[in-house]
Design a protein around this ligand. Sequence first.
Ligand SMILES: NC(=O)c1ccc[n+]([C@@H]2O[C@H](COP(=O)([O-])OP(=O)(O)OC[C@H]3O[C@@H](n4cnc5c(N)ncnc54)[C@H](O)[C@@H]3O)[C@@H](O)[C@H]2O)c1
Length: 254
Amino acid sequence: MRLQGKLAVVTAAASGMGRAGVERFVREGAKVAAIDLDARALEALVAEIGPDKVCPIVADLSTPQGARDSIDQAALILGGIDILWAHAGMPGPASVENLDMAAYDKAIALNVTSAALGAGQAAPHMRARGGGAIVFTASISGLVGSMMSPIYSAAKWGVVGLGKSLALALAGDGIRVNVVCPGLADTPMKQGFTGRSGDPAEAAANEAKIVSAVPMGRLVQPGEVADAVLWLVSEEASFVTGVALPVDGGFTAR
Ligand SMILES: NC(=O)c1ccc[n+]([C@@H]2O[C@H](COP(=O)([O-])OP(=O)(O)OC[C@H]3O[C@@H](n4cnc5c(N)ncnc54)[C@H](O)[C@@H]3O)[C@@H](O)[C@H]2O)c1
């Protein structure tokens, strides 16, 4: 088992890629604190995986208090932190024209601020245990521009910069920091990128347009991203830090 005895925290853990990460971390021997806004989905996750292996923490990570307190609570429940997958994020406004400032602030708060605060709260616990591994979730939109999601792209470029900077700052403490950059993923959030107008035909057309630009010709599955994250936090990636790893079927290779 690749994470035997490790204490791990996953945010946005109740669905999609985060949930697939919790399943893999537990399978590989970690004890996991699963943080999410959705109490019922967390309950279902715990029922499926087992309360001895995963501890649910309900928190709104778009607020500084939620982002800080939930990591503190995780450290208390687990007895420390070795691994943090700060996965929370959201699409945000589709245009900078008539910009909805509340929606803008929330997108920055959930995508960037929650990652910074999570790492800031977790790092001392990792240092106390002799090292650790942090993974942030950005996106292909953190590596190239996004026609449909400019604020999201700005936020995810910020997440990539945060990851690379913290990799430099924390290397001396034995804490590796990497960023995973998924392509359009087959999860509930997909609709937030492709179907903002609520028109299913438009969502399907936007999805087809994106998929046609993916050399491997399909969406990424949640488990494929979680597998990449599992590798990044495992000892197999012991000399890998400061990387922004695309899991995108070749989308950003052009
Ligand atoms: N789905 C995609 O196409 C895609 C592509 C690239 C990157 N991403 C990134 O992946 C991450 C999550 O995506 P997913 O596809 O796994 O999503 P998902 O829709 O399957 O799950 C999102 C989870 O986040 C939780 N959540 C929402 N708001 C929250 C808040 N304020 N506080 C705490 N939890 C909250 C939800 O309850 C849900 O469980 C985000 O960072 C997103 O930007 C998604």
